[in-house]
Every structure is written in structure tokens, then in C-alpha cells.
Design a protein around this ligand. Structure first.
Ligand code: 48F
Length: 479
């Protein structure tokens, strides 16, 4: 077939017009196709939101392509490596806690996954203004970057968005426009952009997550823009904070009714998506004691959200909608309860009772069952919200009052509907249950040692003991 130039032209014009036309109204508009913007696009699109990314450059990727000083390798920490794993990006441990990945492989895979999930990327388009109605940003004003660069006098076009994410990196371009042109007070200490501080990788990585939030009605900051807006330092070519920031900002935006799921099984995952940092802290604490995931079974595995990251492939779960989600995550799930585990005696090297003792009817039986299916020398791992901790107290108070105290509660508190019929176990109670069933050599780690209101700001490394943490993990050995 001899191809015709005019048909090629028509195809491109029509298809692009159709694409941009579809995105004149959307749920979330992301400005900047750097790592934080593209990760946010992935999670938002996956949750079923209509999301577009507008990128000034011809190429996507922002600062990621260039690694450090154009040495195109990046470094990520343990917590963020999981995100790269999720996209099939190869990582190598350089030293404990430091992983390297190819910068080009990383950003292309992230972008590919975001687009496959349904996000659209519009490159060579700059955001030159915002639309504001009643002190809320309701849309973006776009122009070709070539127009901007050549300084031609060409009027822009506008699109509407329910949420805007400024992921423009060091320059915080969208926020600058809002500050300069609209005079909207930002949720920073001064109400203005605080500006980026000089290099301090460790602090910057922590602060990026903390600073990822809504900065004025309808507008969120992610990635380096979050630090630049809230006065955090820069971090250089370590990208963990960027990736987790993208995930966090998506979690803050995804409304429950639009998550693409409607069962309470998914609500559970949605809550963890909104509380990504809490999730990572709890996961790190569980990891301390999960030493043989391949031969461990997770009892009451729920949607498998933790097990997937722990590498546990076997689960037991009574709720079919939860089990369905866990199977989607690649687990083999048997229907059953903690009180009647459908496995023979001495089957596993490890049994995880992940935050389920608060929900099971017969805790004693559940712990005995865990003991039964363990091989001698095997370990049970129990995680729970300690009854004496502030999370449990906050939940109890909210249940009694029928609502959370907004001054005390975290930004996205646990839905009250999940708090019915819960029994928070104390450390004393869990210790007693484990010893009574025959477990020995009990070991404890704790996490979530900040007030609940602040626990989603910074990932915590687990600490030995149980005297401060709201979330406790205990390991016991079957002799
Ligand atoms: O800077 P960038 O990569 O943002 P990020 O996701 O990641 C920062 C890191 O790359 C690195 C770092 C350490 O980890 O500090 O710098 O926070 O990507 C920002 C993207 O936004 C585009 C810009 O071209 C870049 O690709 N951008 C900036 N202003 C505009 C814009 C604008 N007005 N309109 C459209 N795109």
C-alpha cells in the first residue's frame, strides 16, 4: 500500500484534537511529567480518575533522565524500591539501604505504566496561568511551549480540573502563578512560597513526604515542588522521596466513591493508599520478623496488601471479596477463619496474624490454631494496634462520639464503619495469649510513635520494645 501524506496528516490532527478535546475537563490535572507527577498519574488513573499530565518539555521525565550530573543512574532507598519493583524496573543493592536503578529504564517504565493505567500525557505544553473561581483553582491555562519560548503573542487555551497537582520541581511554577496573580493565601507558615533550601539529602527526603499536601483549595504539591513551596532543602539524585510523594498525593486525592471499586474490601486498601506512610512504617515493623515469607501463611490476609510486599504467597481469609483482591495480587487464598485454619498440623515455618486479633471472635482459639499449623522451630508473628496506644484510644473515642475530633485526628482517619466490633488488644493480653498457647522467646518491635495526626508524615524505622509504639509486632517461637 502506498501511504498518503494527507491521510497521515488528517490522522494526526484528528486524533490529537480528539485526545485534547477529551481532556478539556478532567478530575486531576498534573503539571510536570517528572517522577513525582508521573507516579501520581499512575495511581490516580489506576483508581479510575480521569487524569492528564501537562509537560513543558518535548521529553517526559524531568530531572530523572539525568541521574546525577548526567551519570544516568539513580539511587532509591528501601521504601521506594518497592515501587520500582512494582513496575518491573531492575534495582541493585549498592550498600544496605541504597539501591541503584538505570535512570532511563526507570522513567520510561513509570511513564509507560501511568499511560497504560489510563493517564494521558501532553508534552510540549506549558501551563502559563490558572483559572480561579471563589478562591479555588478550577483549571489551567495552556500554551505550546514553543510559543512561550519564542515569545510570540498567541493567546492560550484553558482546561478544567477538579484537582491540580503542581509537580513542576524546583520552580513550583503553578504555585508561583497562584501566589503572584491570585494572591490566594497558601497553607505555608507565611502564606507565601517559602523557597527551597540547600542540599541536605536525608532531611529533604523526609520533608518531601511531609510537604506533599494540599497547599490551597484544590491544589496539591508533590515532589521537589512540595519542598520548594514549604521551605524544605533539596536532595540531589536520590529519588525515593519523589516516588513516594507521587503515591502520597494520589492517595490524598482519590475519593472513596471514585476509586473504581465500591466494596468495603477496597475501602481498606484505599485507606492505606491515603495513609501510605503509615503503611510503610507498619510494613517495616512486620518485616523485622518475617524471615521466611515463602513458607509463611497469612491468616486473615484481607486484600493481601501487606503480604504482597512481604513476599507471602499463602493466605487464609473468610471474606470472599477480600480474598478476590488477594488472589489478584498473586496469592493462593483458602477460605477459612483464624479459629479454623484449613491447613494440616505442622505445615508452615511462619504464621502471620496481621492486625486480625482485634477482629476475631475467639482470640485464644486463633492463637492455638496458629501454633498447630506451625512446624517446631517455626515462628508466629502478631501485629496489632496496642490498646494502650493513642491510635486505639482515638478510635475508641471517635466510635463513642460518632465522629472524629478534627483537631486530634489524622488527615484521612480510618473510616468509622471499620471500627465496629473491634477489640483492641493490649500488649499484656497478646503476650498472655501467646505464652498460654506454648510460644516462647517472645520478641517485640514497635512503630507509629508519633501522635496519630503526624504519623503519616514520615516513615518510621521500627524500634525494639513496646512502650511507645501505637503499632506493635510480636514474634513467638514454637519450641
Ligand atoms: O523537576 P522534575 O523532575 O520534578 P519532580 O518530580 O522530581 C525532581 C527530581 O527530578 C530532581 C530532584 C531529586 O530527586 O530534585 O530534580 O519534583 O520535573 C518537573 C517537570 O515539570 C515541568 C518541567 O519541564 C519538568 O519536566 N514543568 C515545569 N514547569 C512547567 C512544567 C509548566 N509551567 N508547565 C508544564 N510543565
Amino acid at each position: 500500500m502506498a501511504v498518503n501524506e494527507v491521510i497521515i496528516t488528517q490522522a494526526i490532527i484528528n486524533r490529537f484534537a480528539e485526545k485534547l478535546g477529551t481532556y478539556t475537563e478532567m478530575d486531576a490535572a498534573i503539571v510536570g511529567a517528572g517522577p513525582s507527577g508521573l507516579i501520581a498519574a499512575y495511581f490516580l488513573a489506576k483508581a479510575g480518575l480521569k487524569v492528564a499530565v501537562f509537560e513543558r518539555d518535548l521529553s517526559i521525565g524531568g530531572g530523572m533522565w539525568g541521574g546525577g550530573m548526567m551519570f544516568n543512574e539513580i539511587v532509591v532507598q528501601t521504601e521506594a524500591r518497592q515501587l520500582l519493583d512494582m513496575f518491573g524496573i531492575g534495582t541493585r543493592e549498592y550498600q544496605p539501604g541504597y539501591y541503584t536503578a538505570d535512570a532511563v529504564e526507570s522513567i520510561t517504565a513509570i511513564c509507560f505504566n501511568a499511560m497504560q493505567a489510563g493517564a494521558k500525557v501532553f508534552n510540549s505544553i506549558s501551563v502559563e496561568d490558572v483559572i480561579i473561581r471563589e478562591d479555588r483553582v478550577t483549571g489551567l491555562v495552556l500554551n505550546w511551549s514553543a510559543v512561550e519560548r519564542t515569545g510570540m503573542h498567541v493567546d492560550p487555551l484553558s482546561v478544567a480540573a477538579r484537582y491540580v497537582i503542581d509537580a513542576t520541581g524546583h520552580n513550583t511554577e503553578v504555585i508561583k502563578l497562584i501566589e503572584e496573580k491570585a494572591g490566594i493565601k497558601l497553607k505555608t507558615k507565611t502564606g507565601k512560597i517559602l523557597g527551597e533550601g540547600s542540599m541536605w539529602a536525608a532531611r529533604a527526603e523526609q520533608l518531601t513526604l511531609e510537604n506533599t499536601r494540599e497547599i490551597c483549595p484544590g491544589v496539591f504539591v508533590a515532589g521537589m515542588a512540595a519542598n520548594a513551596a514549604f521551605g524544605g532543602p533539596r536532595m540531589g539524585p536520590i529519588f525515593g522521596g519523589m516516588l513516594l510523594s507521587g503515591k502520597k498525593v494520589a492517595g490524598l486525592i482519590i475519593p472513596e466513591e471514585q476509586s473504581g471499586f465500591d466494596t468495603s474490601a477496597d475501602d481498606f486498601d484505599i485507606w492505606f493508599n491515603k495513609n501510605q506512610v503509615v503503611f510503610e512504617s507498619e510494613l517495616l515493623a512486620q518485616k523485622v520478623f518475617i524471615d521466611d515469607p515463602e513458607h509463611t501463611v497469612s491468616i486473615g490476609c484481607g486484600s493481601g496488601i501487606f503480604d504482597e510486599r512481604l513476599g507471602i504467597k499463602s493466605g487464609v481469609e473468610p471474606a470472599e471479596d477480600m480474598a478476590r483482591l488477594a488472589r489478584k495480587r498473586g496469592m493462593t487464598v483458602k477460605t477459612g477463619t483464624a479459629e479454623n485454619i484449613p491447613y494440616k498440623d505442622q505445615t508452615f515455618n511462619g504464621v502471620l496474624l496481621g492486625t486480625i486479633l482485634s477482629y476475631v471472635k475467639d482470640r485464644k482459639k486463633a492463637v492455638h490454631e496458629a501454633y498447630r499449623i506451625l512446624k517446631p522451630g517455626g515462628h508466629v508473628v502478631v501485629s496489632f494496634l496496642a490498646r494502650e496506644g493513642s491510635y486505639a484510644l482515638l478510635y475508641d473515642l471517635a466510635s463513642t462520639q460518632g465522629k472524629y475530633d478534627p483537631e486530634a485526628a489524622p488527615e484521612a482517619p480510618y473510616p468509622l464503619k471499620f471500627l465496629k466490633e473491634t477489640h483492641w488488644c493490649s500488649v499484656t493480653e497478646v503476650t498472655h495469649l501467646l505464652k498460654e498457647a506454648g510460644f516462647v522467646d517472645l520478641k517485640y518491635v514497635q512503630t507509629l510513635t508519633r501522635h496519630p495526626k503526624y504519623s503519616n508524615n514520615r516513615i518510621e524505622q521500627p524500634k525494639k520494645g513496646f512502650d511507645r509504639g501505637d503499632y506493635i509486632v510480636v514474634q513467638g517461637k514454637k519450641p
